[in-house]
Design a protein around this ligand. Structure first.
Ligand code: MN
Ligand code: MN
Length: 318
């Protein structure tokens, strides 16, 4: 039987990788239990984020294969995304059989019927943990640690407005399975994620960057998370000058990048593109300074950044 790949979004973050690995593991266990072949293979569309690399190294988890296109004959399961712009090129012509996600519904068209599970919780790993429970299964210690880390990343250790009681409940149970203390584990993981050693602007930029479109408007938004002012400032200095080049390379007229400080719950928003500054002003009612806008209380891209950006863009197009 041909394989079924499980894939997260482009420029993968911790959840995109962890969800692919965690879901392929569940599907393979279920197949084995039913006496079928374990054909589910986790893959990725970009480099591992540093925190994921750290966790996989610590836990001895095999890294998913990097792919650029889907192997001949393989079916596809999308996790942690559903928008074609964020997926494998040509996804709409591919046999997508499942989607497990927690984002807004984009414009995906499929060729056949799909099992589509989208739940507005803080992390795909939370949905997956619930799916393990529904099947009477428990993730291994290693996979539990990986899923836990994804929840901590996506919810900023439950501080993001996207975090729900379901995320916290799943994380508490996963922490027991993984044998981890949540605050200690989160601290280590965010530190690994913010470490700039040996990374250039492009590495940091690509570790979590997404393209959004609605109507004619198309733009990209990246985000990285920091624990201290110092590490955030260092990242801004590194990535800021790269934005115009990223905009050219990605063919996007507008790019925004969130430098988020987890402890102060705030974001420094950098941008490039001719009307970007005006859009930022209109979306957030702030006065940007030196090419960046200070957004206190803003930490979530999907809940606090994308909706006002889309609204400002739409108003602008009228
Ligand atoms: Mn993600
Ligand atoms: Mn996610």
């Amino acid at each position: 039987m041909s394989s079924i790949i499980v894939v997260g979004h482009k420029n993968p973050d911790n959840d995109a990788i962890s969800a692919a690995v965690g879901y392929a593991y569940l599907k393979n266990e279920l197949a084995r239990r039913a006496g079928e072949e374990a054909v589910f293979e986790p893959v990725r569309l970009g480099p591992l984020p540093p925190e994921t690399e750290w966790i996989m190294g610590e836990r001895g988890i095999e890294q998913p294969c990097l792919i650029e296109s889907v192997p001949e004959g393989a079916k596809v399961i999308l996790v942690d995304h559903n928008e074609p712009d964020q997926s494998i090129p040509g996804v709409e012509e591919l046999p997508v059989v499942e989607v497990v996600d927690h984002h807004r519904i984009g414009n995906l068209e499929t060729t056949g019927p799909v099992y589509f599970r989208n739940v507005p919780v803080g992390c795909t790993a939370t949905i997956l943990y619930q799916m393990y429970g529904e099947q009477g299964m428990t993730p291994s210690k290693e996979i539990a640690g990986l899923l836990l880390s994804a929840i901590l990343s996506d919810t900023l250790m439950f501080r993001s407005p996207t975090s729900t009681p379901q995320d916290e409940a799943a994380a508490q149970e996963l922490a027991v399975l993984a044998g981890e203390d949540i605050p200690t584990y989160a601290e280590q993981m965010f530190e690994a994620g913010a470490d700039l050693t040996g990374r250039d602007a492009e590495d940091v930029f690509c570790s979590d960057f997404k393209v959004f479109s609605r109507g004619d408007a198309k733009f990209g938004v990246g985000q990285s998370i920091y624990m201290t002012d110092k590490s955030r400032a260092a990242a801004e200095e590194l990535v800021g000058p790269f934005l115009p080049e990223a905009s050219r390379r990605e063919g996007l007229p507008m790019i925004f990048y969130m430098f988020t400080d987890m402890k102060t719950q705030s974001t420094d928003l950098m941008y490039c593109g001719s009307i970007a500054e005006q859009i930022v002003r209109e979306a957030f009612h702030v006065e940007p300074k030196d090419g960046k806008a200070w957004l206190p209380g803003v930490v979530s891209r999907k809940k606090q950044l994308i909706p006002p950006l889309l609204a400002a863009l739409q108003a602008h197009q009228k």
